[in-house]
Design a protein around this ligand. Sequence first.
Ligand code: HXD
Ligand code: FE
Length: 251
Amino acid sequence: HTVQEEFIRQSGLTDINSYPQWARNILQATQEKKRQVVHHDVFAMMKEGRLPSRAMRNFLIAGWPVIEQFPQYMAVNLCKIRYGRSRGEDLARKYLLHNIRVEQNHADHWVNWATACGVARAELLTVTAPIESLALSHSCWHTCERDSLATSMAATNLAIEGATGEWSTRVCASTVYENTFDQDVRHKAMRWLNIHARYDDTHPWEALDIICTLIGNVAIPSYQSLLELRVGQSYDYMTMSLDQCLAQPKK
Ligand code: HXD
Ligand code: FE
C-alpha cells in the first residue's frame, strides 16, 4: 500500500462513513439480500411464537453444520496470516484468535436451545442436514479455503455474523418467544439467541474494519465484484436454508 492507499479508520467503528467508498458500495449492493435473511418468515414467526414446531426443528438442524464449523472456518483463515506482514494481518490475527475463543461455548448453547425445543443432542449430531443447509457450510469452506483472507472474512464474519446479529436481535426484541419456554429451561434455551442479539455487538463492524485495512482505500473493480458476490452468496444460501425449513417434507 502506498500512503494514500492505506486505510486507517479516522472515525467511529460503527459509522458506515468511516469506510472506503468501495466498501460502502458492497454493503449497499447486498443490503436487499441481507434484508431477506433478517426479515425471513422463519424469524418473523419465531419472534411471534408461532413458528410450527416442525419448522423450528428443521431450523435447528439446518443451522447446526455452520454453528459447529464456524470456529473451523476462522481457523482456516488464521492459517493465511503471517505475523507482522501488514497492519491488516496483525488486526485479523488478533480478531480471529479472540473470536475463536468467544465461540467456545456457542455450539453448546445451540445444543441446549435444540434440546429445549425437543431436538435431542444425539439426533442433532447424527442427522444429515438438508442439502440447502449443507450448501451454506460448503460455501463457507470453499471461500475460506480458496479466497483471500479479506474475501472469506467478508463472507463469514461480516455477512453471516452480521445478518445473525440482526435476526437474533429481532427475535429477542419482545418477550413473546422466550415465554414459549417453561421458566426452568428458559435461560438455557435462550442463551444462544441472547448472546448473538446484543444490540451493541460490534463484531461485524470489526470484521469490516479489518477487511478494509487488508484491502486499503482502493479496491480494483474485479475485487469489489468478488467481495460483493461472496457476501451476497452467504445471504442467498442462508435464505435458501431458511426457505427449506418451511417447505413441506419431501416424499
Ligand atoms: C441458518 C442460520 C440459516 C445459521 C446461523 C449461523 C450463525 C453463526 C454464528 C456464529 O457466531 C457461530 C456460532 O455458533 O455462534
Ligand atoms: Fe457465535
